[in-house]
Design a protein around this ligand. Structure first.
Ligand code: PBG
Length: 323
């Protein structure tokens, strides 16, 4: 190995062309998934106060939005629903005419090539805001599985392309896979929120989706941010149960976990740059405290460099314009 002065690492940084030639990580618009919040009702466009620039949209306003997303070259969206009615069992989550089921049909009619991924969870649909059925103050794992599978099936029947369970119940990937397969949806992939931490970075999302737990917190099902080995066990389990793509969430606080997952597994790997990540950058940018475009592209690059193939980001539309 040569050393200075024979070795000069700055030689390859001298011009734009040289830097481009040796660039190791590139973010492509095709790597990005754009989240969308769909609210039940008509003519509703409500800005999410902790996520400036992002809106809850009703079904009738979706065509315009997804046309723009598709025009920007983004190939996938992930849907979150805000139903009119919530109850103990989250029953609006699995109605054939539920908010998400209708949104899927509208979007598929407008932009048939846009991949529609649906988040499968009960927290937006339960009156208590937990991700499953609550029995004696505790989220009952096995009772929840049935409802998640029902929800996933109703999404597939409405035309969803990919099912993404985010609830963190044990066995949900298996239950969903079995239900999809038993109903002729063998071809629908599962993107599992495999290593999902109980993170404070989800705060703005819970405002957006009106899904904050009404008592307690999510630490009996989401993971402790202290743990990375447990994340590998979660990912392994989801793969064993049939996940096609696995995800680490949140992204920026978990770059080490993303790297570890990339080195350990060969499945396509997604990372979710969550609402709190968006809110932090947006707030600072609005104050003029940092260069928004520079920060966002650097964040996305860092997440890819850590090993993610796919990034869910609220900055998808802006990034598509910048890239
Ligand atoms: C539903 C769900 C959440 C997020 C994605 N799916 C909220 C939560 O688990 O509390 C968070 C996304 C974000 O913060 O951007 N369970």
């Amino acid at each position: 190995m040569s050393e200075f002065p024979k070795l000069r690492l700055r030689r390859l940084r001298r011009s734009e062309a040289l830097r481009a030639l040796v660039q190791e990580t590139k973010v492509d618009v095709g790597d990005l998934i754009c989240p969308l919040f769909v609210v039940e009702g008509n003519k509703i466009k409500q800005e999410i106060s902790s996520m400036p620039g992002l809106y809850r949209l009703s079904n009738d306003l979706l065509p315009k939005e997804v046309e723009e997303i598709a025009r920007l070259g983004i190939s996938a969206i992930i849907l979150f629903g805000i139903p009119r009615k919530k109850d103990e069992a989250g029953s609006s989550a699995y109605q054939p005419k539920g908010v998400i089921q209708q949104a899927i049909r509208t979007i598929k009619k407008t932009a048939p090539d846009l991949l529609v991924i649906t988040d499968v969870c009960l927290c937006e649909y339960t009156s208590h805001g937990h991700c499953g059925v609550v029995v004696d103050g505790y989220v009952d794992n096995d009772k929840t599985l049935e409802l998640l599978a029902k929800t996933a099936l109703s999404h597939a029947q409405a035309g969803a392309d990919v099912i993404a369970p985010s609830d963190m119940m044990d066995g949900r990937v298996k239950a969903i896979r079995q239900t999809l397969d038993g109903n002729g949806f063998q071809h629908i992939p599962i993107l599992a929120y495999a290593a999902k931490y109980a993170s404070h970075f989800y705060g703005p999302f819970r405002e957006a989706a009106e899904s904050a737990p009404q008592f307690g917190d999510r630490r009996s099902y989401q993971m402790d941010p202290s743990n990375w080995r447990e994340a590998m066990r979660e990912i392994e389990q989801d793969i064993v149960e049939g996940a096609d793509i696995v995800m680490v969430k949140p992204a920026l606080p978990c770059l080490d976990v993303i790297r570890k997952a990339r080195d350990t597994f060969n499945h396509p790997l997604a990372a979710y740059s969550v609402s709190g990540e968006y809110a932090m950058v947006k707030a600072a940018a609005q104050q003029g405290w940092l260069d928004e475009k520079g920060i966002v592209l650097e964040m996305l690059t860092a997440i890819k460099r850590a090993g993610a193939d796919i990034i869910i980001t609220y900055y998808a539309k802006e990034a598509a314009r910048w890239l």
